[in-house]
Each structure stands twice: as C-alpha cells, then as structure tokens.
Design a protein around this ligand. Structure first.
Ligand code: SF4
Ligand code: SF4
Ligand code: SF4
Length: 343
C-alpha cells in the first residue's frame, strides 16, 4: 500500500480493485504502462490537487492473504473510509453455478468459506463513492461472455443494473478495451479523484457509461491510414502501409481513441502500426467481430465506392502533386529577371 499528500473536499480515498472476476489481469498490467498520469505519480502524490490515495490491487500489492483482504473487510464493515471500487473481469452468474461457485476472493473469517466476487460486489458497490469497470470484460462481458460460455457471465452494469448509483451519486463508469488503454483508465481515474476532491465537475458519460471525451470518435476518424481509405487504396495483405479494411479492419464503426493516443507514450495504435481493429472496446466484442481477419460486412461496398471515387481522385492528385513538386520557372541564374517584378 502506498500513501500520498492532499488538498480539499474528500482528502483521502482508497481504491479497492478486484480482478477476481472472469479476468486475465491484463487491465492491471496495462495500467502499469500509463503516463498521463502514471499510477506511481498518483500514489506518490505527485499530481497537484488529488486526494491521498491508497491502492489495494492484488497484482500490485505487497501484502498477501489476510493482510491484503483486510481493507475489503473493513470497507464492508464501514471501517475504511471513502473508496472507489474498481472491477476487472466479467461477472459470472452464480445463480447457475451448480454445486460450486465460479469465482471468489478471500474467505469468510467466521466460516472459512470462499466469498464470491458477486458477494463482494453486492457488499461494496453501494458503499463505494464511485464504481469503475475496467476493461471490456467488466464493462460489457467481453471474451468470457462469448456465445457458448458456461458461466453466463456479464458486464458490471448487466449485473448491478443500468440505474445503479454509487454512494457518490454516480452511475458505473465504464472504461472498455481488451486490455484497457492505460492512459484512458488513468485519465478517468484522475477525473474521478479531482471530482472527489471537489475540483472537477461530474464526469461526462455517454449512454454506454463511457467517458465521452475518450470514446466519442471512431478508430477510423483517428487512423493514420485514413488517407489511403479516402483514396480507395487498400492493402491486400498485412505487409502494407495502406488501409486495412479489406483484410479485416472494423475501424470505421468502432469507438476507440487508440490510433490517436497510441498505446504507450504515444507509440502504437492498432491500425497505425499494421494491426486490424477487431473492435475490442465494443459491447458486441468479440462475437460481433468474428471471425477476425475477415472483411467486415459492408466493407466491400464502402471500399468499392471509395475505390471508384478514389482512383479518379488519386489520378487528379498525382497530376497536382507532380506540379507541386516543380519549382516555378523564374527561379534561374540567367541574366534576366523573369519573376514578373514590375517597378
Ligand atoms: Fe483480460 Fe481483456 Fe478481459 Fe481485460 S478485458 S480481463 S485484458 S480478457
Ligand atoms: Fe479505417 Fe481501418 Fe483503414 Fe484505418 S486501416 S483507415 S481504421 S479501415
Ligand atoms: Fe481495440 Fe480496435 Fe481500439 Fe485496437 S483500435 S484497441 S483493436 S478497438
């Protein structure tokens, strides 16, 4: 556990972060790469105006076993103080768990029995100042909630209901991505921490509970390869700098800022660096985007339109580009001024 310095409003907060849902811990790992701000900067109090923050995340904690679980039990018994609950991983349906349970975190000190993640969410979500779902599993169900899965798992809003409100009066805050783009999560968390400190307005969320400024644009609108699409110039394999729509990119219909933002320190960004967009931030992921690497439905129609228009535009641009690549004819070293200067 790491501690920091403080200003006004809520001046001290815990972050109780469970990745014990149906999860691969990939979002926790991803967030360690954030830099706007970094998790370390928040925990060390290096971001001016933020409350003092205590993080409880099993992957990043130094405590183990009962020592790690203590804060979760204290929060349950109203002995911890204000906290933000971060949920990573999809939520299984424990109503269909047969004779066992799907997933748990810690044991009940009185009985020694495992406490399911669902039980923790029931206990802690209503007491949390804010509840954040990190990654597409926690937000909408994600990979574990594919067709044919046995656990009936779902996103946090499916579990708690879309009308859920935290103790701070907020709906669930969804930051999707598989994994989450690290700075998207840290920027959202930082907004919430400023809001808790009384220094920021209510976080703006869209109908799917995503921060509007992060998920308001499509991949296509921020893609470095957009110029190729517009000129109808398409890649036919992955060894090409051109638009990837014909080899499976879903960017035109996917809400994600990764091509603009990059993955780490501005570097990367799926289609920018040759990876097709498979829609990993989307509520319909993965089923609606499979099989991956097939051309998306509608891709051939829009590509055909843009191919026809684009080949004409490319020809015209090539003529203009040729002209623009030539210097004006009056730039010479002969004995006569031909620039048109007329005193
Ligand atoms: Fe792992 Fe992706 Fe699920 Fe996050 S959203 S827990 S990275 S599978
Ligand atoms: Fe759009 Fe994908 Fe082509 Fe980029 S690679 S321009 S996101 S279709
Ligand atoms: Fe996921 Fe597509 Fe965004 Fe890449 S560009 S992170 S595949 S939604």
């Amino acid at each position: 556990m790491t501690t920091t310095q403080t200003p006004t409003g809520l001046d001290e907060l815990h972050i109780l972060w469970t990745s014990e849902g149906m999860s691969c811990d990939g979002d926790t790992v991803s967030v360690t790469a954030a830099s706007l701000p970094s998790l370390e900067d928040v925990l060390l109090g290096l971001v001016p105006g933020l409350p003092k923050v205590h993080l409880h995340n099993k992957v990043l904690a130094t405590e183990v076993g009962d020592a790690f679980m203590a804060a979760f039990h204290q929060a349950h018994h109203d002995e911890l103080g204000p906290f933000i609950l971060v949920v990573e991983g999809s939520i299984p349906n424990e109503r269909i768990n047969g004779d066992g349970y799907w997933t748990s975190m810690g044991n009940d000190p009185a009985t020694g029995e495992p406490i399911t993640v669902n039980e923790w969410i029931d206990r802690l979500a209503p007491k949390a100042w804010a509840v954040v779902a990190i990654g597409t599993c926690a937000t909408y169900g994600g990979i574990h909630a594919m067709a044919g899965n046995p656990t009936g798992c779902m996103g946090l809003a499916d579990y708690l209901g879309k009308d859920f409100r935290s103790a701070g009066g907020l709906p669930i805050v969804n930051v999707p991505g598989c994994p989450v783009q690290p700075d998207n999560f840290m920027e959202t968390l930082t907004w919430l921490l400023y809001q808790a400190a009384g220094m920021a307005p209510t976080i703006p969320l869209d109908d799917l509970l995503r921060p509007t400024w992060l998920f308001g644009k499509t991949v296509h609108e921020g893609c470095d390869r957009g110029g190729y699409y517009e000129q109808g110039d398409f890649a036919h394999d992955y060894n090409s700098p051109k638009c990837l729509v014909r080899v499976g990119c879903w960017g035109p219909v996917v809400n994600c800022n990764v091509p603009k933002r990059g993955w780490m320190d501005g570097v990367g960004g799926c289609p920018n660096v040759g990876g097709i967009c498979i829609g990993c931030t989307m509520p319909g992921f993965p089923d609606k985007f499979m099989p991956f690497m097939d051309e998306p439905p509608g891709g051939s129609v829009s590509a055909a339109f843009s191919g026809a228009y684009g080949s004409l535009i490319r020809k015209m641009r090539s003529i203009t580009n040729n002209t623009a690549n030539k210097e004006p004819k009056w730039r010479h070293n002969r004995r006569r001024l031909t620039s048109g200067y007329d005193p």
